[in-house]
Design a binder for this molecule. Sequence first.
Ligand code: NAG
Ligand code: CA
Ligand code: CA
Length: 383
Amino acid sequence: MVAQRTCPVGLMAFALLCVVAQDTCDLTSKETPCGCGALKRKAKDKDSLTPLEKTVTTLEEIMNGGESNKAVPQPRDAFVESEYPRTNDMVLIKGGEFTMGTDKPVFVADGEGPSRKVKLQEFYLDIHEVSNAEFEIFCNETKHKTEAESYGDSFVFDPLLSEETRKTLTQAVAAAPWWVPVKGADWRHPEGPDSNLKGRMDHPVVHVSWNDAVAYCKWAGKRLPTEAEWEYACRSGLENRLYPWGNNLNPRGEHWMNIWQGKFPEEDTEEDGYKSTAPVTTFPANAFGLKNMVGNVWEWTSDWWSIKHPSYLQENPVGPEAGEDKVKKGGSYMCHKSYCFRYRCAARSQNTPDSAAGNLGFRCASNELPSKSKNTNILKDEL
Ligand SMILES: *[C@@H]1O[C@H](CO)[C@@H](O)[C@H](O)[C@H]1NC(C)=O
Ligand SMILES: [Ca+2]
Ligand SMILES: [Ca+2]
């Protein structure tokens, strides 16, 4: 049953091969290089290891102690956190029909295809990923304890760790050794106990599980979007395009999303301006007025994971009735074409509902605009 929640060990070799020979990886392979989906807790195990630790192999086994020594990222913005404007506004997404998925899948094993017609009724969607500032209001008000806080650890991208924290590591994820479980990593301490949110209150909250995301959205009078709603919103009226704005990775020669530039995982040249997360307000909005649908952080959706899809026209689909994993969409700041070309509207990945990581967040949807009493702003006239 190990293969259920962790990547097959054979994929580790594949993943490492990708690191060594970036440009030669076969992206159309049916074997998914599973750096994006490998981060799962094994919630049912009971012994001294935390569920997260059970999913990993020792760092020594994988890397022979050869991990890189990268600096901790410095906050870019020094302005006062209390002055951050709320970023909880929503936009009305008009109903319609669209083509979901793709007939040109990059990762066949992810169930990106086939393309199929989906019809949706109108809904509201958060313009931004949920920020640390928004999540703090929720936690202060409800005393919500995230699952990463309960378990006492979460997955962090190794190059973001301080030397002190790195010294405490003994393990990494076999299929993606740049991911390490860090004790004390949670949404308030994204890179472990010696990190904080200073200068990052307007960045997306991370280290939140699907269950945490559901609790937040409920508190806000909202819900998670379905995968179909999320993808429809990502595509914002364009049919069969890779990105929310079309097929051009860098429209007008600019970066319109926060992903990885350079060689993964050795060097992020930060050409888009951001190592790790960017403020949720960064980059141009898509045609529906939504920001960072692709890149920055992965976003939870309400659907259970399946790679088989009905080919007939579906109306307001909500995904399978049950499952092991939940669907996440959009890719993250860690995605690079060489191993995780998942910053596309059709791309998808999955995690167990109690999993959390430093590149996974969410935004909420709702059928009606929630009242102000639920801490939700009325939709702004000017987008
Ligand atoms: C939440 O609580 C913390 C700790 O008491 C406090 O520093 C912070 O200002 C509070 N934030 C909000 C938005 O109320
Ligand atoms: Ca970046
Ligand atoms: Ca995103």
